[in-house]
Each structure stands twice: as structure tokens, then as C-alpha cells.
Design a protein around this ligand. Structure first.
Ligand code: NAD
Length: 472
């Protein structure tokens, strides 16, 4: 943002459309110079990110703490070490990712050869969100750089400390002629979205994703949309209950206090098993967070007063509040809501219609565990579907009958650590994917290239189409 002097008063001018146009022009010039395309440039930028992650670990966890009171160890594991792993993987694999992929050609074109060449798209835009404000910004940037693009990052204004640290660190460590950060909220994002980017990767809500996609459509800009949804966990009765309860806690409260796109949104179990599951969850919650669930320093706070009010409204709805079986306490000053469990909340409540994105866990019950499929399939497709069972047939049926971005059986979140798996949604939970090679591919164009020689020049393809040729 620049400063303009109006009379005696210095007025802060927001980053506007003209500045966005200039920024894009600058970066396009750099991209066209070929600077970002070389293997050496990509490696040097990835190495600088790794160096930054090592040297500024404390600054990063401090900033995330300021934004979310996220425990330092949680930030270290879920944001910094995940970003490091992603960067190291890209450094190790980049030369093989960049290698053209040979494909077979038909005998009819003999002699010839063909290959798929991955080329960078150009100048790309990454719009990020606040819940993992560091990782969800730097990880797509790692992908964009690996693929040889120039990139603009727009972090979330709801995590201002992390946003300004990202702006400072990326300026300090990376090549600013090709990698830039624009901070800001809706006006700045709108100015950016008016431009003709070569790709946009957006992480956030489905509502804003529609705005992003509409803006992108004007320029035929392709998009990756990393969204969320109501991620179910189906819990069968033949499980190791203690381990399952602990993992469900890890997938809800220990994961940014439920403010995660891959958090368990709700559980479905059988009527018979529900009391046992609730008891186990209560016991393990107390072991993790102590008796005073509001004061525990081992979980993040709610990001903002408006999100706090949204969550409180969800559990204070009449038909919902009487279904609370655990928790429900809240403290507006600390922006904390105790881990809260509800049993058999009506399906037409807002709690069961909206993505919760907070420390509230409704449990629905069914007669037979397979009845859970209809409940999940009656809702928009989620980003992840979790299943806890030892029953192999149920596992098979779950994979076959439920459509979701990803799936994980008998654990939570860890599917993200599998480098060979794409991360992304389907339907309302998003489109496209990234992570590992999928990030490289998301920011590359797979160019089809064929090579011929002057040999093998069959006359059949050329007029005149004589009767002799027709006989062939
Ligand atoms: P959001 O859509 O409100 O904000 C995300 C980004 O969009 C921010 O950078 C913001 O500045 C920008 N933005 C907001 N309103 C805008 C507008 N009108 N025009 C242009 N830009 C605008 O999303 P949020 O509330 O920050 O995130 C919550 C959602 O994100 C949840 O649905 C969650 O599941 C999803 N999410 C998905 C992933 C994933 O990787 N799939 C990760 C985290 C969060």
C-alpha cells in the first residue's frame, strides 16, 4: 500500500486495481525473460525457503500464536515441519518432475517420438486463509516455484501477524523480482482478482470460491479451489475404542480447535455404541485438556469475535442446546468454547447444515452402521471422510459408496503426510489438487510434443485420392 498526502492528513491508500495491473506487468516481464524457468532458479528459491524455515522458526510460531493462540508445538508440527517436508520433497524430486515424459507413438506415424513436457504457466496467484496461516500460504508457493512460475501470495487478513511476517520474510529470503506478497482483505483481493493470472489457487470458503471462479472465468484463468465442508467420521463398534477416541480428539480439538478443513465435523455411530463412545471421548478429552476445558493452553482460540458468535449461535439454537451431553461452556473474552459434544441433533439444525469449523462435535446415531452412507450422501461431498472399523467389507463399501476429496480409515489427518496422494476436494469441497508432484502439475502445463523426421512420408495422406489409394 502507498501513502498519499491529502491536505495535512496522511491517508493510507489501499492496494488498488492500477497497482495490481502494474504488479502483474512487472512479474510477466520477469517471467518472459525466462528467469524463473531454470532448474537452478527453482532450486535456489526452494533452498532459501528451507533456510527461512530453519532460521525463523520461532518468529513463525510466535506470529501464529498471536493470531490464534495456537500451541507452539502444534504450530511446529502442523505448519513448519510440514512445510519443510514439502520443500525437501520438491528439492529431491524436482529434476525428475522436470524431465519430459516419453510416450509411445503409433506405427502409422513411424518414425516418430513423443513426450509430455511440463512447462510453467506464467504468473500465478495464491489466495490463502487464516486457520493454518503459514502452511497454507507457503505450501502452494512451493508448488508454484517448483513448476517455474512467478507468484503473488495474498495471505489472510484474519491472521494479521502471520500475514505481515510472510510479507517480511518472503521479501528478505526470496527473489522479489518474481515472488511477491500483497497483504489485505476484500478490496485488495478484488483488485488482484481483476487481473489476468495464469492460474489461481484459492484456499477458503465455498462462498468466496464462487467469487474467485467468476473473476477467473473472465480471463479463462484455470483455478484450484481448496475448500472445506462437513467431514464425517463413521465409527463402528468393533474398534480399539481408546485409540479411536484419542484420534478423534486429535482430528477435532487438537487440530486448531476444530478450525480445520479436514477436522472431523460430525460423527455417525450406532445407537447401541454411542454411550460407550461418548464416555471414551469424555475421558480422553479430560486427559488431554484437564478439568478446566476453557483455560487449557493446549488448544487454539477461536479466530475472531464474529466466528465466536457464529459458533455460540449454532449451539444455542433451542432444538440443539438441549442435545448437549458434554461441554457447552464458553468465555467471550478469551474467545474459547469448551470441547462440546451433542447427541442426535436434528438434521435440519444449522449445526448439521453448515460446516462447523470449531470445537463442537455432534454425534448422530443409526440402527446399522451402513445407514450412515445415506446421511453422508444426502450432504454436499466433503473434503475427507473418516471411518473407524476393523471390518474389511465395511471398508470396501465405504470406499465404493462415499464420494469425498479423500478418505482415511482408522485415523485422522495423516493422509496428508502421504507424498504420493493428491490433496483436494470434489464438488462443494473444491476442485483440483496439490501436494508433492500434484503441486508441480497444478502449476504446470502438460505440453504434448511430437517429433517426426522427413522419412516415412506415406503418399496416402495427400490428394489426389485415386482409386488405387482407396484400395490400400
Ligand atoms: P474466506 O473465503 O472468507 O477467506 C479466504 C480468503 O479469501 C482470504 O484471503 C480473504 O481475504 C479472501 N476473501 C474473503 N472474502 C472475499 C471476497 N468477498 N472477495 C475476494 N476475496 C475474499 O475463507 P475462511 O473463512 O478464511 O476459511 C474457511 C474455509 O476455508 C472453510 O470452509 C474451510 O474448510 C476452508 N479451508 C480449506 C482448506 C483446504 O486446504 N481445502 C484449508 C483451510 C480452510
Amino acid at each position: 500500500a502507498t501513502l498519499s498526502v491529502v491536505g495535512e492528513v496522511e491517508e493510507k491508500k489501499t492496494f488498488d486495481s492500477d497497482e495490481a495491473t502494474l504488479l502483474l506487468k512487472d512479474l510477466q516481464k520477469v517471467f518472459r525473460s525466462g528467469r524463473t524457468k531454470s532448474y537452478e532458479w527453482r532450486i535456489s528459491q526452494l533452498n532459501s525457503i528451507l533456510k527461512m524455515l530453519k532460521e525463523k522458526e520461532k518468529d513463525i510460531t510466535d506470529a501464529i500464536y498471536k493470531d490464534l493462540s495456537k500451541p507452539q508445538l502444534e504450530s511446529f508440527v502442523s505448519e513448519i515441519s510440514t512445510a519443510k517436508a514439502s520443500c525437501k520433497h520438491a528439492l529431491e524430486e524436482l529434476s525428475s518432475w522436470m524431465e519430459p515424459e516419453k510416450v509411445q507413438t503409433a506405427i502409422t506415424t513411424y518414425p516418430s517420438s513423443a513426450e509430455i513436457v511440463s512447462e510453467p504457466l506464467g504468473v500465478v496467484l495464491v489466495i490463502s486463509t487464516w486457520n493454518f496461516p503459514f502452511l497454507l500460504s507457503i505450501d502452494p508457493v512451493i508448488g508454484a516455484i517448483s513448476a517455474g512460475n512467478a507468484v503473488v501470495l495474498k495471505p489472510s487478513e484474519l491472521a494479521p501477524a502471520t500475514s505481515s511476517l510472510l510479507a517480511k520474510l518472503l521479501e528478505e529470503y526470496l527473489d522479489n523480482s518474481a515472488i511477491r506478497v500483497v497483504e489485505g482483505a476484500i478490496p485488495e483481493t478484488t483488485a488482484l482478482l481483476e487481473q489476468n493470472w495464469d492460474k489461481i489457487l484459492y484456499t477458503g470458503s465455498a462462498k468466496v470460491a464462487r467469487i474467485v471462479m467468476a473473476a477467473a472465468a473472465k480471463h479463462l484463468t484455470p483455478v484450484v479451489l481448496e475448500l472445506g465442508g462437513k467431514c464425517p467420521a463413521v465409527v463402528d463398534s468393533d474398534i480399539n475404542l481408546k485409540v479411536a477416541a484419542r484420534r478423534l480428539i486429535a482430528g477435532k480439538w487438537a487440530l486448531n480447535n476444530g478450525q480445520a478443513c479436514i477436522a472431523v465435523d460430525y460423527i455417525i455411530t450406532t445407537k447401541e455404541f454411542a454411550p460407550k463412545l461418548i464416555d471414551a471421548l469424555k475421558n480422553e478429552i479430560k486427559k488431554c485438556f484437564g478439568e478446566n476445558l476453557i483455560e487449557s493452553k493446549d488448544k487454539s482460540r477461536i479466530i475472531s469475535p464474529s466466528h465466536f458468535a457464529r459458533l455460540v449461535k449454532l449451539i444455542d439454537e433451542d432444538k440443539v442446546s438441549k442435545k448437549i451431553v458434554f461441554g457447552g461452556e464458553r468465555d467471550e473474552n478469551q474467545l474459547q468454547i469448551a470441547p462440546t459434544i451433542l447427541l442426535n441433533v436434528p438434521e435440519d439444525s444449522d449445526l448439521m447444515k453448515e460446516e462447523i469449523f470449531g470445537p463442537i462435535l455432534p454425534i448422530l446415531t443409526v440402527e446399522k452402521i451402513e445407514d450412515s452412507f445415506d446421511i453422508i450422501n444426502s450432504k454436499p461431498k466433503p473434503l475427507v471422510a473418516y471411518l473407524f472399523t476393523n471390518n474389511d467389507q465395511l471398508k470396501k463399501n465405504f470406499v465404493q459408496n462415499i464420494s469425498s476429496g479423500g478418505m482415511l480409515v482408522n485415523d485422522v489427518v495423516l493422509h496428508l503426510t502421504v507424498k504420493g496422494l493428491p490433496f483436494g476436494g470434489v464438488g462443494e469441497s473444491g476442485m483440483g489438487s496439490y501436494h508433492g508432484k500434484f503441486s508441480f502439475d497444478a502449476f504446470s502445463h502438460q505440453k504434448a510434443v511430437m517429433y517426426r523426421s522427413f522419412d516415412g512420408d506415406a503418399s496416402l495422406r495427400y490428394p489426389p485420392y485415386t482409386p488405387e489409394k482407396e484400395k490400400l
